[in-house]
Write a protein that binds this ligand. Structure first.
Ligand code: SAM
Length: 352
């Protein structure tokens, strides 16, 4: 992986406005009399796309315009763009937003996008940070608008779901199947951990279908543009616990909950977690009592009462809502919320 460079932005003398789109292909070759156009097209063509890091550049300006319209960018918005590439979306974003912060992994693209806005009126509004968007700290933003590298789509969506402070929305180009997973409902083949987590924390809208030929080079798969809007306020759920449970249950989503939970490794994990949580709880109670200067033997009494085996506790929970023969693939958000509440009531936790 290339080493991170410091963020940089280029100097600001105002000569010719940047070309809104560099298609790297025939779409941009109309205005041959404009030296700025010629330079942009030629440079973009010289850069060999590295498809192993998702370099499929949007070459259709109509698609770019549509994405930006759907994002409803305001002149007061700070926009986060993940993977500006050669700047096909960055330039029109800069023309509408207060500023754009672009996170780009490939130093060649960093140079290209900076060159693209150099000497334009928008130059001062762009900050490009070179590095891996997954492992870098994101700045404040109002909107995220991006044609993201498809191989890190899940990581980007999970990072967006956890991002604070809350942003207005994210409008993302993603692989079609990934877009459908985000919105998949219980019982559908694509219903998965991503669907459940995203729908717990956000509202997802399918905005546009985008064919392969709108990209250079064309990807192997069809694409879609989706809008993700975080629920505000967020649901009152411990997300680490929630995701621990969802991860476990969706590991084998077609099996019954009983058979997923009763494996040796799961029982061992849940038993270890139960011990950790119990001892933490006792420490907290003791601390509280010593703070109140009213320590009694009450805590010890409570400890004695829970000597059921982890299997017995699980059987008890599974019997409650006839969960035992249900499968994760058919449960909805309310079912999972109820299940997590039942686990917690009985001292079963999914994180240590
Ligand atoms: C699908 S291209 C989009 C380029 C441009 N926005 C466009 O629409 O033409 C994805 C971009 O993300 C960049 N990229 C890939 N992995 C990245 C990562 N981990 N962090 C930041 N950028 C990344 C690629 O170098 C590429 O420029």
């Amino acid at each position: 992986m290339p080493k991170s460079k410091k963020s940089r932005s280029s100097s600001s003398h105002h000569v010719a406005p940047a070309k809104p789109y560099s298609t790297g292909g025939s779409l941009n070759n109309n205005n041959k009399n404009n030296p700025s156009d010629r330079k942009l097209t030629a440079n973009t063509n010289l850069i060999a796309p590295n498809t192993s890091i998702g370099q499929h550049f949007l070459k259709n300006p109509a698609v770019v315009t549509s994405i930006i319209q759907k994002a409803a960018v305001k002149p007061t918005d700070v926009v986060l763009e993940i993977g500006p590439g050669t700047g096909n979306m960055t330039v029109p974003l800069l023309q509408r937003a207060k500023s754009v912060v672009a996170l780009e992994y490939d130093p060649r693209m960093v140079r290209e996008v900076l060159k693209r806005v150099q000497n334009s009126p928008e130059e001062h509004k762009l900050k490009v940070i070179q590095g891996d968007a997954i492992h870098s700290q994101w700045p404040f933003f109002d909107l995220c608008v991006a044609n993201i590298p498809y191989q890190i789509s899940s990581a980007i969506v999970f990072k967006l779901l956890a991002h604070r402070p809350m942003f207005r929305c994210a409008v993302l180009m993603v692989q079609e199947e990934f877009a459908l997973r985000l919105s998949a409902r219980p019982g559908e083949a694509l219903y998965c951990r991503l669907s459940v987590n995203t729908q717990l924390l956000a509202k997802v809208d399918q905005l546009l279908k985008v064919g392969k030929n709108n990209f250079r080079p064309p990807p192997k798969v069809e694409s879609r543009v989706v809008r993700i809007e975080l629920k505000n306020p967020p649901p009152p759920v411990n997300f680490v616990e929630w995701d621990g449970m969802i991860r476990l249950l969706f590991n084998r989503k077609n099996k019954t909950l009983r058979s997923v939970l009763m494996t040796k490794s799961t029982l061992k994990l849940l038993e270890e977690n139960r011990r950790t949580w119990k001892s933490l709880q006792q420490q907290q109670q003791q601390q509280q009592q010593s703070n109140n200067k009213s320590m009694t033997m009450h805590v010890d009494g409570d400890e004695e009462t829970t000597d059921e085996s982890i299997q017995q506790i699980l059987e008890k929970i599974l019997a409650r809502h006839e969960y035992k023969d249900k499968r994760a693939r058919n449960l909805d958000l309310d079912d999972f919320l109820q299940l997590l509440a039942d686990f917690h009531t009985e001292g079963i936790h999914f994180s240590a």
